[in-house]
Design a protein around this ligand. Structure first.
Ligand code: CUA
Length: 346
């Protein structure tokens, strides 16, 4: 019934539709620009929809005209094309209408830019520094009492925590190459450029977790350079900060430093691995997330707590005869220090 050409065309269109639909499924869980969850994202989305609708109307008129003309004036035996030159009405129409459209889009965008770029308004409630590096973001919170650590101030990696309903200025910098900060449902994107200060503001309407993605190709790990933006209800933000400060302090506590130094000076590192440290042993279990395990000593000791860790480190063969982990003959104080350190491995 259909010619080969039409069948091929239909096949291609179907394949294209399937590809489109499946890519929206892939995106369903990812960053998505048209789901605004904050005033800035909303102002961008409004503009987006105005332009989208206008583009669809133009597409329908132009492509409709082409298809109509293609069918009506197609080559047929006995039909001779009329020869003429110029059509003032049409030419004026397709010059004036697009010009008006482009001008109005420019004006609309221009008006929005003031709002979108206004990072220095008086209602900015907090300023957070974001540094991009291959391939992660480091967020530094304000130098205020609530973010104060035993040493320095709170920083988080990859996760950015803000209070709901507050305008937050993000001051961007980059350590190595150009990166770009983008959490689409919360706000527009901005490049982080080495040696140059850039900034944008964000604000979330509702508590929740919003995904972001580095938007400037920055090397091998670019696709995995993600941002997790967590918006807390205002009255819970202080509690989050308190807990984050507490967790960060564990690593700065002089008490755990003694144990850490001891651990790295002993035979422990010959058998165990702790990610991002010099402990790279392969004989024993990886201790990077020791405190998240259900048990230690191959399941003999459970749960993983101070008491069981102390029993185990003091004399492993006494707990589990035949174990490869030797009794290092540590003093009670040394065991205590090491166990304090081990408890920081979450
Ligand atoms: Cu950082 Cu792409």
């Amino acid at each position: 019934m259909f010619s080969v050409r039409i069948r091929v065309a239909l096949g291609l269109i179907t394949a294209l539709l399937i590809a489109l639909v499946s890519s929206t499924y892939a995106l369903a869980d990812g960053p998505w620009p048209n789901d605004p969850q904050g005033p800035q994202a909303r102002s961008i989305a409004d503009l987006y929809w105005i332009m989208f609708v206008a583009a669809v109307v133009v597409l329908a008129i132009v492509d409709g005209g082409i298809i109509y003309a293609g069918i009506k004036f197609r080559e047929r035996p006995g039909h001779v094309a009329k020869q003429f030159h110029g059509q003032n009405f049409l030419e004026l129409t397709w010059t004036i209408i697009p010009t008006l459209m482009v001008v109005s889009f420019s004006v609309l965008s221009w008006q929005k830019l003031d709002f979108i770029n206004n990072t220095r308004s008086s209602d900015v409630g907090m300023v957070i520094q974001a540094e991009g590096s291959q391939w992660t973001w480091t967020f530094s919170y304000p130098q205020e009492e609530r973010f104060k650590l035993l040493k320095g101030y709170l920083q988080t990696g990859e996760e950015l925590h803000i209070p709901v309903g507050m305008k937050v200025r993000i001051e961007l910098s980059a350590k190595d190459v150009i990166h770009s900060f983008w959490v689409p449902s919360i706000g527009g994107k901005k490049d982080a450029v080495p040696g140059r200060a850039t900034e944008l503001w964000i604000q979330a309407d509702k508590p929740g977790t919003y995904k972001g993605q580095c938007f400037e190709f920055c090397g091998d790990g670019h696709a995995d350079m993600l941002i997790t933006l967590v918006a807390h209800p205002q009255n819970e933000y202080a509690a989050w900060a308190q807990q984050a400060v507490k967790d960060a302090n564990v690593f700065l506590d002089p008490l755990t430093t003694v144990g850490r130094e001891l651990f790295f000076s002993l035979a422990c590192v010959g058998c165990h691995t702790i990610d991002k440290t010099t402990a790279r042993g392969k004989v024993g279990p990886n201790l990077t997330h020791l405190m998240s395990k259900k048990s230690i000593a191959g399941g003999v000791l459970s749960p993983v707590n101070e008491e069981n860790l102390t029993r185990w480190v003091s004399n492993p063969p006494a707990v589990k005869p035949g174990t490869l982990m030797p009794n290092l003959g540590l003093s009670q104080q040394q065991v205590h220090d090491i166990v304090l350190f081990l408890q920081t491995l979450k």
